[in-house]
Write a protein that binds this ligand. Structure first.
Ligand code: C2E
Ligand code: CA
Ligand code: CA
Ligand code: CA
Length: 275
């Protein structure tokens, strides 16, 4: 048993080492990838239930890795955040998304995810102003998606920046709503344009009575505060029917479309009539 124990330990240690090494490799690769332009934005439509048409697209990062193929942001965003590489990467995403959106009809917005690391580094305002200026995109057509985690650090400075960004004319959405620590307290301190209801609630919408009640409470609360709502991760017709019924403003999910390449959107907007 002792032998086996030691063996197990040795194996565990080795795999930890391997993991650390993989991480360093990834960090190094990320740096190079940024220089080589291996990142790409995919776009997923948000369908506006009131206007019965696509209202916006969310930009989602992908990494075209030379050996590994398409790498998910779930894998590289945390490392980019830890190493600070998210700052130049996020700036690139903002510039690219604004640029791409100028090719879409005027009523279609673009939503860009902004990490809390990016949010708390100086210069975000300048980066956004520059992205808008260089592309010529109207500020009203840019929405940034932030999560509650931005409030974990210095809330006064955070609110100040949110207000400053709002003054530029851009819209601000609170992402993954309902999964954070004390979501409700932020709602009274800042008038977000939109709450994005986390996919976990939508997943259980038809099967757990509790989930349905939570979604209804969020939509009612949002609307009372003058905020829109988007349901994330809508995969089934039944979920869509329930969300319509609950007065959700817009829906996003595989039922409508997976995230797609920029060129596909141009084709879609050219050919598809409103659903
Ligand atoms: P998120 O912001 O919550 O984005 C929504 C995620 O849900 C996307 O995953 C999207 O592909 C996925 N999704 C959409 N509809 C469905 C559905 O019906 N079913 C399921 N199962 N999933 C659906 P993705 O693209 O892998 O992105 C994962 C996360 O990575 C994002 O979550 C966001 O937190 C982060 N991320 C992506 N791009 C960026 C970026 O440019 N900047 C930053 N800071 N984070 C990003
Ligand atoms: Ca998002
Ligand atoms: Ca989300
Ligand atoms: Ca999420």
């Amino acid at each position: 048993a002792k032998e086996a124990g030691r063996g197990t330990f040795a194996f565990f240690e080795e795999s930890l080492n391997e993991r650390a090494q993989q991480r360093r490799q990834m960090e190094n690769d990320l740096r190079i990838a940024l220089e080589r332009g291996e990142f790409e934005l995919f776009y997923q439509p948000l369908f506006d239930l009131e206007k019965d048409r696509i209202g916006s697209f969310e930009a989602l990062l992908r990494w075209n890795h030379p050996r590994r193929g398409l790498v998910s942001p779930v894998e590289f965003i945390p490392i980019a955040e830890e190493t600070g590489l998210i700052v130049p990467l996020g700036a690139w995403a903002l510039r690219q998304a604004c640029h791409e959106a100028t090719r879409w009809p005027d009523h279609v917005r673009v939503a860009v995810n902004v990490s809390s690391v990016q949010f708390h580094r100086p210069g975000l305002q300048e980066i956004i102003v520059q992205a808008l200026g260089q592309s010529g995109l109207a500020p009203e057509r840019l929405e940034i998606e932030i999560t509650e985690s931005i409030f974990l650090e210095g809330s006064e400075a955070t609110l100040k920046l949110l207000h400053t960004l709002r003054t530029l004319g851009i819209r601000i959405a609170l992402d993954d709503f309902g999964t954070g620590y004390s979501s409700l307290s932020y709602l009274q301190s800042f008038p977000f344009d939109k709450l994005k209801i986390d996919r976990s609630f939508i997943q259980n919408l038809l099967t757990r009575p509790g989930a349905s009640a939570v979604v209804r409470a969020i939509t009612d609360l949002a609307h009372a505060l003058g905020m829109e709502t988007t349901a994330e991760g809508v995969e089934e017709r039944g979920q869509l029917a329930e969300l319509r019924n609950q007065g959700c403003s817009s829906v996003q999910g595989f039922l409508f479309s997976k995230p797609m390449q920029a060129a596909e959107i141009i084709r879609l907007l050219d050919t598809a009539p409103a659903r």
